[in-house]
Design a protein around this ligand. Structure first.
Ligand SMILES: CC(C)(COP(=O)(O)OP(=O)(O)OC[C@H]1O[C@@H](n2cnc3c(N)ncnc32)[C@H](O)[C@@H]1OP(=O)(O)O)[C@@H](O)C(=O)NCCC(=O)NCCS
Length: 296
C-alpha cells in the first residue's frame, strides 16, 4: 500500500522539517531528467517552497509517496530516496473556484506498482475536498507521434500524444479526456548572426515606428508587471482551448506575480512595447538552462 504525505510549508528549505520538500524536489527532478534527457527544467527546493506559500489568488498543495521501507520513518528523518513519487494540486482562490490543476510523477525505478495511481487518487481527493469538480492534468513528451492508431489527437485538431505513454494511459484509463496539446520549441544558441539580423530587419519593417523593444533579465520590472500579466492572460486565451473550462485571468495575475518575486532559473524577456497604446505586444521568454543551451 502506498503511503502519501503532505509536504509542510516550512520557514526555510534547509531546516530538518523541510526533508519532505527536499525529497519531493529530488524525485521531481529525477522524473524531469528522465522525461527530457537533460536537466534544463530542474528546480530548487527554495523555489518550490516559495510557490507553496499561500497567496490571495491560489493555494498549492504538494504530496509525496513514501517507499514502504520508510512507512514508519518520521518525516524530518526521511532520506531523499524514500520519496518514490510526487503529487501537486493547484487551487485558484479568487476565480475558477470549481477548477483545479493536478499533477503526478513517479521515479522511473518505482513505476508499474500502483504508486502513480495512488498519488493521483490523493490529488483528486484534495481537489474534491476543496469543492473542485473540473480537473486538469498534463503529460509531457519529447516528440509528437505521427497521426494513426498509436496516437490520440486533441479535439482542437492540433497536436497528438502517444497512446502508449504511461502518463496518457494513467489518465485515459481513469476516464480523463484529452483537450489541448501545447508545443514547446527549442532555440539552440548562439543563433547565426546573419539569420538574426534578417529577422530583426524584417520585424523592424513590419513594426514601423509604433513599437520599441524592451528587455530585462530576471524578475519583471515593477512598471511592466500589470501589462505582462495582461499579456500572459491574452496569450493563454489565444490557442484553441478544446473543452478546457478555465478562465485565464488568474493565470495572468499568477504569472505576473511569480515573475516579480520568485526565485528560480534565470528568465530573460524581450517584449515589443506598442508605444501608442502603452500596451505590451508579443513577448519572448528565454529560459536559461544552468550549464546547458538556452531554450525559448
Ligand atoms: C504516469 C506515471 C505517474 C505512472 O506512475 P506508476 O507508478 O507507474 O503508475 P501505476 O503503477 O499506478 O500505473 C502504471 C501501470 O502499472 C500497473 N500497475 C499498477 N499497480 C500494479 C502492480 N501492483 N503490479 C503491476 N502493475 C501494476 C497499472 O495498471 C498501470 O498499467 P498500464 O500502464 O497498463 O496502464 C509515471 O509513469 C510518470 O511519472 N510519468 C511522467 C509524468 C506523467 O506523465 N504524469 C502523469 C500526468 S498526471
Amino acid at each position: 500500500m502506498t503511503t502519501v504525505r503532505e509536504v509542510p510549508v516550512t520557514a526555510t528549505a534547509t531546516e530538518p522539517a523541510a526533508a519532505l520538500l527536499r525529497a519531493y524536489v529530488d524525485a521531481w527532478n529525477d522524473v524531469s531528467h528522465n522525461t527530457w534527457g537533460h536537466d534544463d527544467f530542474v528546480r530548487e527546493p527554495v523555489e518550490m517552497l516559495e510557490a507553496m506559500r499561500d497567496k490571495p489568488y491560489e493555494k498549492l498543495v504538494r504530496l509525496v509517496a513514501i517507499d514502504d521501507a520508510h512507512a514508519d520513518t518520521p518525516s524530518d528523518e526521511l532520506p531523499l530516496e524514500a520519496v518514490t513519487g510526487t503529487g501537486v494540486v493547484l487551487l485558484p482562490q479568487q476565480d475558477n473556484l470549481t477548477w483545479a490543476y493536478v499533477g503526478t510523477t513517479v521515479r522511473p525505478a518505482h513505476r508499474g506498482r500502483g504508486v502513480g495511481g495512488a498519488i493521483l487518487e490523493s490529488c483528486v481527493r484534495v481537489a474534491r475536498d476543496h469543492g473542485r469538480s473540473t480537473l486538469m492534468a498534463e503529460t509531457e513528451h519529447r516528440v509528437e507521434p505521427p497521426e494513426g492508431p498509436e496516437s490520440l489527437t486533441a479535439p482542437t485538431g492540433s497536436g497528438r500524444v502517444p497512446l502508449d505513454d504511461a502518463g496518457v494511459r494513467l489518465l485515459t484509463k481513469r476516464g480523463w479526456d484529452l483537450e489541448q496539446v501545447a508545443r514547446r520549441s527549442v532555440l539552440d544558441l548562439p543563433v547565426d548572426p546573419d539569420a538574426l539580423e534578417e529577422h530583426r530587419a524584417r520585424a523592424a519593417r513590419a513594426a514601423g515606428d509604433e513599437y520599441r523593444t524592451v528587455g530585462w533579465d530576471g524578475p519583471v520590472p515593477d512598471e511592466w508587471v500589470d501589462a505582462m500579466a495582461e499579456l500572459y492572460t491574452e496569450m493563454s486565451d489565444a490557442p484553441p482551448m478544446g473543452g478546457l473550462r478555465v478562465r485565464a485571468g488568474p493565470l495572468g495575475r499568477r504569472t505576473g506575480a511569480l515573475a516579480r518575486g520568485a526565485a528560480g532559473p534565470a528568465r530573460h524577456r524581450v517584449v515589443d512595447d506598442g508605444r501608442a497604446a502603452r500596451a505590451v505586444g508579443p513577448a519572448r521568454r528565454l529560459h536559461d538552462a544552468p550549464g546547458g543551451p538556452a531554450r525559448a
